[in-house]
Design a protein around this ligand. Structure first.
Ligand code: MRU
Length: 314
């Protein structure tokens, strides 16, 4: 499996997420194409969006300067509103712009490399925590959307935890929600689990809570698009019902994400902008298509980052 996002010396190389499970790469060489790729979810998942944002600034700096460069950076940062990593990535490369285009590119490549290291650290820490919370023996896990290698540069956050546990021989089975309407669970997470050889089943989103209620999983582990200062977590629509079900069943609900997803400027979940996508992704008739929901901090057993285990609930 190639890296989800990388730089080939001339442009941003992306595994086109709209084509999955077929693996097809595409190269983006200008800002318009990048903004379009972000909006259409050719590149998606908070950490991958962060790297895309940073590399986008490097792309823009090759041909633009002054107000035009500023406008291009703003446009990239605003291409999707919920995942804070996009704006964080843009900000990181933008801060290096006084050093010229080469400095912006170096900052973006540094972010890319940090993401790889962060995912591995999250995986190990999350695996340690689940072993502590759930005891010995192979685990049955439940995840939503795709927080895997294909949402990051490689390895993944929630699926990074699954990978670390799998490497220890500690995964029995994974339930992956289908994730309507764009099917990140059945198209992307199921593909990743098959590639790494983890036994899994896809369920329709409506089955998630009852799978938990029937005692078929030991813990839920998901990624995040933005974590507010109080620990409220925005993630793909359909995450909140899993957290409710996990609390009812008294099983751990873990959020695995890099520190860059924690947004100190957002006090709580009410301040997180929820992306509204084209209703036609849902059906041809009247539809409402919020792409994310907010899980309140009191339902989160722990947020696992590359630096800490954070238990936001009092
Ligand atoms: O709309 P998407 O596919 O970008 O949504 C992705 C998610 O909700 C992921 O769970 C989140 O970004 C974490 S990815 C490590």
């Amino acid at each position: 499996m190639p890296r989800t996002i990388d730089w080939d010396g001339d442009g941003i190389v992306l595994v086109d997420q709209t084509a999955l499970p077929e693996i097809r790469t595409t190269v983006v060489t200008d800002v318009d194409a990048l903004v379009d790729a972000v909006r259409r979810l050719v590149v998606r998942g908070a950490p991958a969006l962060g790297v895309a944002g940073a590399l986008g600034v490097a792309l823009a700096a090759r041909t633009l300067d002054g107000a035009a460069l500023d406008a291009a950076c703003d446009r990239i940062a605003a291409a999707r509103p919920t995942a804070v990593n996009l704006a964080v990535g843009v900000g990181r490369a933008r801060a290096a712009l006084p050093g010229g285009p080469a400095a912006a590119l170096a900052a973006a490549l540094e972010l890319r490399d940090e993401d790889v290291a962060a995912c591995h650290a999250i995986g190990e820490r999350g695996a340690d925590l689940l072993a502590e919370l759930c005891g010995e023996g192979p685990l049955r896990l439940h995840t939503h959307c795709n927080a895997g290698a294909l949402a990051c540069v490689e390895w993944g956050t929630a699926l990074g935890v699954v990978r670390s546990l799998h490497a220890r021989g500690r995964v029995r089975h994974v339930v992956a929600d289908e994730t309507r309407p764009l099917l990140q669970g059945s198209r992307i997470t199921a593909l990743e689990l098959a590639v790494i050889g983890v036994e899994h089943h896809v369920v329709v989103d409506g089955a998630g809570a009852s799978v938990i209620a029937r005692g078929l999983v030991d813990a839920v582990v998901v990624g995040a698009d933005r974590i507010a200062a109080n620990g409220d977590v925005a993630n793909k629509i359909g995450t909140y019902p899993l957290a409710l079900a996990a609390a009812r069943a008294r099983i751990p609900f873990l959020v695995a994400a890099p520190e860059s997803t924690v947004d100190p400027a957002t006090p709580d979940g009410r301040h997180i902008e929820i992306e509204e996508r084209d209703p036609r992704e849902v059906c041809e008739g009247p539809a409402w298509n919020p792409a994310f929901d907010v899980t309140p901090a009191d339902l989160v057993t722990a947020v696992v980052t590359e630096r800490r285990v954070w238990r936001p609930a009092p």
